[in-house]
Design a protein around this ligand. Structure first.
Ligand code: FES
Length: 227
């Protein structure tokens, strides 16, 4: 069995055999190690800077997300308020529509009643117009009758004899309103039965409302059937 003899410095050469201690080589290796360590430190620093930047970015993103969340909550609260206000508005509009319907129905009833009253008023107006026309016709007839009676009264003669027996004739129509005078044999006067007018035998008024004498008829001869 082969055994290895350890050198005093503990190193082997490239052939697996222990060589002499080389300080330059150790120094170079130490410098390489130092350089590598520095490079690793630089890389570690860069990694650390990148990690810090990422942390800051994450913090910023977290803050932005927080602000966004708060904003969304506020928007949600506003949306709820708007929804509640909209419901109240819809309720108010519905009540208003119901009121408008009631008013419309009332207006329709009023319009119907007015139309019925208008028709009744038109019928009444037509009836009044017919009555008015009838009254006018009756008034015209009454005028005609009055004219005829006045003419008839004027044609009636009141004839009497004086103390000497001579005939004297006057119109029998009272000069007040046309009533026919009657002979008063006791006092020998013509008396009106309507308002108390009185005239002498020759037609002169002396009592009552008549303002004029009876009309004197020049031909006192009695006429058949009239006097
Ligand atoms: S009508 Fe004769 S007094 Fe009136």
């Amino acid at each position: 069995m082969a055994t290895h003899k350890r050198s005093t410095n503990g190193h082997k050469n490239g052939n697996g055999r222990h060589g002499r201690f080389d300080p330059g080589l150790v120094l170079a290796q130490a410098q390489q190690v130092t350089t590598s360590a520095n490079e690793i430190a630089v890389v570690a620093g860069e990694v650390s800077d990148g990690a810090e930047q990422q942390l800051r970015s994450l913090n910023d993103a977290t803050m932005n997300l927080g602000s966004m969340t708060a904003s969304l909550k506020e928007s949600a609260a506003n949306a709820e308020s708007i929804a509640a206000a909209t419901e109240e508005l819809v309720s108010g509009i519905t009540e208003m529509a119901a009121s408008i319907d009631q008013v419309s129905a009332g207006a329709t009833q009023v319009a119907t009643a007015i139309a019925q009253n208008s028709a009744a008023i038109q019928q009444t107006s037509a009836s009044i117009a017919a009555v008015s026309a009838t009254a006018r016709d009756m008034a015209a007839s009454a005028d005609n009758v009055t004219t005829a009676v006045t003419e008839m009264s004027a044609s009636i003669r009141a004839v009497s004899r004086d103390a000497e027996g001579a005939l004297q004739a006057v119109s029998a129509a009272c000069t007040h309103m046309g009533c026919i005078v009657h002979w008063n044999e006791a006092e020998r006067t013509w008396d009106c039965p309507c308002h108390g007018g009185r005239f002498t035998a020759d037609g002169r008024r002396f009592n009552g409302p008549p303002a004029k004498d009876l009309e004197i008829i020049r031909d006192p001869t009695p006429r058949n059937g009239i006097d």
